[in-house]
Write a protein that binds this ligand. Structure first.
Ligand code: AMP
Length: 420
């Protein structure tokens, strides 16, 4: 739960933490009075969603990671009885112990159940479904799975996870079907047997319509980040795809929330699902959240650079609202000598991938992006998310800050808020 009115201990912490991120004492003073952020509880943004309607109390919260006891692991990977090549691959990668979502989801997936996995980014959920599916495909090579992901970047990252475990010698084939890349090539690759088709919903539907996909061939469908797919407006595509699948197809839905439309979708399509609901996977619980007040006398860019120059700020994702704002800030930071990259919808797929690669490898330690383009970013060591411009909705905010505080790490989310 974000910062609320009746949380005095958090509030005192808030004042301290805000001062860390603002060198300007007058700004700090303006941040002092708690009632300004109280907002009377209840809804945090009005009907017309937009930056002005978001209550700023949403942006302030002290991280509350779950106590270790609540994320106790009860298996090692060896306990699952995976095919020996999977065990060997895990050992080679130094992966001995499953993460909490893997600990609880692997068995029910292996046994063929429908599963709801409530898991945020960075919790190891990709291997939670890939490992048992790979095991089942080893037993029955005719099995195949379609994995739908909300963004091209996430689809590519899922394939990378797959390639961490498999290599050519296992004869496991996969094809990634995403927009922004030639569809003919994908159609060609789809003409042979694929164990995994990893796709974004729009491109996948397009391929169904071109008769390049045979829906009755899938034994499993995985919807990764269901809530984001719905946020991004893919509800019709997802319903269309689910309705074309044979009734007995195993369905695995992973999502950071099970609210609203996500729940409706689950109730319509899942049969007696096994729920793996790990509250530790509310990724924002691992994130210290605070605002950076911007007064009339402040230069926003200077405030940003003050933050970026702090030692603890090691890897940063900065959000702007528009593509143009992203580009402007990118240019400004570059001119000031920062190693920065940018990502937004006007960039070609190739440019986005290059930018992400540089960010991942620390060639650039700052990435600036828009909401949509940044949703698929899976970089485990982001220390700070900075909302240089306000998110439009609470959902956008939650998605933004979920890019930090991954796994068991504690992250920071700082939101620039105009105070005049
Ligand atoms: P994901 O949440 O699936 O995006 O995974 C986040 C990162 O954790 C990826 O780089 C995975 O390769 C890594 N990972 C997943 N499971 C484990 C594990 N059991 N032990 C160590 N690393 C893992």
């Amino acid at each position: 739960m974000p910062y609320s009115n009746n949380s005095s201990s958090r509030f005192s912490n808030r004042s301290n933490s805000s001062s860390r991120y603002n060198n300007n004492s007058s700004s700090r003073d303006s941040f002092g009075g708690r009632p300004r952020y109280g907002g009377g509880g209840g809804r945090r943004y009005g009907k017309k969603s937009g930056p002005k309607q978001l209550d700023h109390s949403l942006f302030v919260k002290v991280a509350e990671p779950l106590p270790e006891a609540e994320t106790k692991i009860t298996h090692t990977f060896k306990d699952f009885g995976f095919a020996s090549w999977i065990d060997a691959a895990l050992t080679e990668k130094g992966m001995i112990n499953p993460t909490p979502i893997q600990d609880q989801a692997i068995k029910p997936v292996m046994e063929g159940n429908d599963v709801i996995g409530l898991a945020g980014t960075g919790t190891g959920k990709t291997l939670a479904f890939l490992l048992p599916l790979l095991h089942n495909m080893t037993l029955d090579p005719k099995k195949s799975a379609v994995i739908l992901a909300p963004t091209r970047e996430l689809a590519l990252q899922i394939e990378q996870e797959l390639h961490k475990i498999t290599n050519r010698s296992q004869g496991i084939y996969s094809t990634v079907c995403i927009g922004g890349t030639p569809i003919r090539k994908q159609m060609f690759r789809l003409s042979r047997h694929n164990h995994f088709i990893i796709a974004t919903p729009g491109r996948f539907k397009d391929l169904i319509n071109r008769k390049a996909i045979h829906m009755d061939s899938f034994s499993t469908i995985v919807l990764d980040e269901v809530d984001r797919m719905l946020d991004m407006g893919f509800i019709d595509e997802i319903r269309y795809i689910l309705e074309l699948l044979p009734k007995n197809t195993q369905k695995l839905f992973f999502s950071a929330t099970t609210e609203g439309k996500t729940r409706q979708l689950m109730e319509t399509f899942l049969v007696n699902p096994v729920n793996v609901l790990l509250s530790s996977n509310v990724s924002s619980n691992n994130v210290h959240q605070d605002i950076v007040p911007v007064t009339r006398n402040d230069n926003k860019m200077d405030l940003l650079m003050d933050i970026l120059n702090k030692d603890e700020v090691k890897k940063v994702l900065i959000f702007c609202e528009t593509k143009m704002a992203v580009e402007n800030l990118y240019r400004d930071l570059q001119q000031h000598g920062f190693d920065v990259e940018s990502i937004h919808g006007d960039k070609t797929q190739m440019h986005r991938q290059i930018a992400l690669k540089k960010f991942k490898s620390n060639e650039a330690w700052i990435m600036i992006g828009t909401d949509v383009a940044s949703r698929g970013i899976d970089v485990g060591d982001i220390t700070h998310v900075i909302n240089y411009e306000l998110p439009r909705t609470e959902e956008d905010y939650i998605h933004r800050i979920g890019r930090t505080g991954r796994g068991n790490k504690i992250g920071w989310a700082l939101t620039f808020v105009k105070k005049y």
